[in-house]
Design a protein around this ligand. Structure first.
Ligand code: ADP
Length: 674
């Protein structure tokens, strides 16, 4: 057999001749190009490939081709091709490599690119599937199915474009996808899926566990469970989960999975998409925060408005009820409220003045509306105004008023109106005049009193000194000694005289202090030195009563005062502490810090004490609180003088007493600055 006859081939495989001609008809009518080569002489397929290749190049003839192939290669018909050496039809492009590939694959190729020459001698790229026609391991022919690869490559590049488009859009939309066929076990994962899950992209699919590891630990169990459920559900389900980045930040994903079951309800196939929704989630969170903040702000605003309304309501009630004149001005300086008090002061009714400016009330000092801004600024800085202004009553007479103007603000601090409270000052002014007159009168009377007392003291002292002088002379007259009764009378005269002289001196002293006529020499007085001197002075008197005064100085400071007068103060208090004490009683003098600026002197005794209800009487001149014991000398002027001196030295004094146990007199005086 030199050429492969198609009919022979079919006949060798199909017995029925009718079927053979049918097959031939099918092949010749096929849309695909069919080209059959016969190999002469046949090639032993057991030979080494290079030898087979050599033989191929020499003995290949076209033994059959159909109309589709002729058309594909631009020949008028199969008869122009059949019978010619195959080599004539093979294009130059890589032909040897292609033939070698064929030999190495036992002449069985599927859809490979193969170059054929068309009638014009141009190489055409085709897609060829080859089959070996064998007889006892001898290759007698090759059967080729030829398709125009130009079209196919167009389709392929279209598919490539679509693939790229899909990949790009997945990247853009941050979507990854995967699928799995349970029959074939074939799994596919998009490149974007790997990128999104933070896995290095690769052609082979990753295992499910690789993905699971990337999922937030808290979401893993839920996602795994949802996945299993969907796999056998034959349904579509969605799930959200989080992925933790190495830096700890979170990314959010939304996944949709759809599974298909076969007719027995067994899982056939499933596919899923996974979209990153981090931005959406963040946006949603931000939006939620914004909504919450706005809601919060709105409810606060509502609260504020409610409060403002309540303030205004309360203000209206206050304005109407307050007995003083209250005028409320709006921001245009027009009257917006006017109470009964204002009607009483100015004579106008509320209806008469509403919406009027200030000119009618203060014709002499109207406040022009142009001054409004100035007024606002002024109020802003000074928080209000207070003063006296002349107003005009409805009947034309002038009313001098004390006025105060304050701004009324809403809850946000914005001024909403001005409130003017006005009081008729006529009566007060009259009262003030009267008071000033009375004060002057009293001052004059005081001066007169001082004059009188000083004059009186002088008048009294001269004869008193004469009485005492003569009494002394009388005592010393040795020529005529006094008998015991005369001596007794003389003692009385002398004692009375001394007492009276002391009294006159003290009255004079008190009068001088009270009228501010004493000169104080203020200096730093050392507490210890002062105490020691005074204690020395009272020592004889104390000894007489078997009293030993104790001293405690617990301050480092000095007193800012007049040394002589301080001595007088302490002498008075210590003398009282001895006089109004039991024989052998206790007497304590102490100095301590009263506060950061004052020193406290305290004189404490263990005498009979003073009834707290009578403390005030202690400082009344001549009040001796009913001392009846004639042996206790006194005038009732010591404490009033002491109090006046302390006051003159900017100090204060007081007393604490426990009747039956003793008294403590304290004096607080300014400390000297170091
Ligand atoms: P005088 O001692 O000359 O009577 P004072 O003005 O010093 O006058 O005192 C007024 C009165 O206050 C005293 O008469 C006495 O009744 C009472 N008094 C003063 N100091 C004490 C004291 N330490 N304890 C009890 N009573 C006192």
């Amino acid at each position: 057999m030199t050429a492969v006859d198609l009919a022979e081939i079919f006949k060798s495989r199909v017995s029925d001749s009718e079927q053979v001609s049918l097959l031939i008809d099918i092949v010749s009518a096929s849309e695909e190009g069919i080209l059959c080569w016969s190999i002469d002489p046949p090639i032993d397929t057991r030979l080494p490939p290079p030898e087979q290749l050599q033989a191929l190049r020499e003995g290949m003839q076209v033994s059959y081709c159909n109309q589709s192939y002729a058309r594909l290669m631009d020949y008028p018909g199969p008869e122009d091709i059949i019978g010619r050496n195959v080599i004539e039809f093979l294009g130059e492009l890589n032909v040897d490599a292609k033939l070698q590939e064929m030999v190495e694959n036992d002449y069985r190729l599927e859809r490979i690119r193969f170059p054929f020459k068309d009638s014009g001698g141009n190489t055409r790229l085709t897609s060829v599937t080859t089959h070996a026609l064998l007889q006892d391991q001898m290759l007698i022919g090759i059967w080729n199915t030829v398709l125009d690869a130009t079209r196919q490559s167009e389709q392929e590049s279209e598919a490539e474009i679509i693939r790229e488009l899909l990949s790009d859009s997945q990247e853009l939309a941050r979507i990854g996808s995967w699928s799995e066929d349970f029959r074939t076990g074939r799994r596919a994962q998009s490149r974007q899926l790997h990128i999104l899950m933070g896995l290095p992209p690769r052609p082979e699919p990753y295992d499910w566990t690789d993905f699971l590891e990337k999922i937030h630990p808290d979401d893993r169990a839920r996602v795994a469970k949802g996945r299993e459920r969907t796999r056998s559900s034959g349904d579509t389900s969605t799930m959200d989960f989080r992925v933790v980045e190495p830096d700890g930040s979170l990314r959010y994903f939304h996944t949709v999975v759809r599974s298909t079951l076969d007719k027995d309800g067994q899982p056939l196939h499933w596919l899923g998409t996974m979209q990153e929704i981090t931005e959406q989630v963040k946006l949603r969170e931000q939006l939620q925060e914004m909504v919450e903040a706005r809601t919060h702000a709105l409810s606060e605003e509502i609260e504020l408005r409610k409060r403002d309304a309540a303030i205004l309501k309360r203000q209206a009630v206050v304005v109407s009820q307050i007995s003083e004149a209250v005028i409320v001005w709006n921001l245009d300086l027009k009257i917006s409220d006017w109470n009964d008090g204002a009607t009483k002061v100015f004579g106008y009714s509320r209806e008469e003045v509403m919406d009027l400016g200030p000119a009618f009330l203060r014709p002499r000092q109207p406040l022009a509306p142009s001054k409004r801004e100035e007024l606002l600024d002024w109020i802003e800085d000074n928080d209000g105004w207070q003063g006296e202004l002349p107003y005009q009553h409805k009947d034309g007479h002038e009313v001098i008023c004390e006025a105060s103007l304050t701004a009324l603000r809403d809850s946000r601090g914005n001024i909403i109106s001005f409130v003017e409270v006005v009081r008729d000052a006529t009566e007060r002014k009259a009262y003030e005049h009267k008071l000033a007159d009375a004060k002057e009168e009293a001052e004059q009377a005081n001066v007169a009193k001082s004059h009188f007392i000083r004059g009186l003291s002088h008048e009294l002292r001269t004869p008193l000194n004469a009485i005492l002088g003569f009494a002394q002379l009388m005592e010393r007259l040795s020529g005529t000694p006094l008998d015991s009764q005369q001596q007794d009378y003389l003692d009385h005269i002398q004692a009375g005289g001394v007492h009276l002289l002391g009294l006159v001196n003290e009255v004079l002293d008190l009068a001088k202090i009270e009228s501010g006529e004493i000169d104080l020499k203020l200096e730093a007085v050392d507490c210890k030195a002062l105490a020691e001197e005074v204690l020395q002075l009272v020592a004889p008197q104390a000894e007489e009563r078997r009293i030993t005064p104790a001293l405690e100085v617990r301050t480092e400071r000095s007193i800012h005062g007049d040394y002589m007068r301080l001595k007088q103060v302490l002498l008075n208090l210590l003398t009282n502490g001895i006089k109004y004490n039991s024989n052998g009683g206790g007497l304590y003098l102490s100095f301590a810090d009263s506060d950061s600026k004052r020193v406290r002197i305290m004189v404490t005794d263990t005498g009979p004490g003073i009834d707290p209800g009578r403390y005030d009487e202690l400082f009344e001149p001549f009040n001796r609180l009913g001392v009846t014991d004639a042996t206790v000398e006194g005038t009732g002027l010591g404490l009033p003088i002491t109090a006046s001196l302390v006051e003159a030295m900017a100090g204060t004094m007081g007393v604490d007493s426990q009747p039956g146990e003793g008294s403590s007199f304290w004096v607080d005086l300014p400390a000297a600055e170091n």
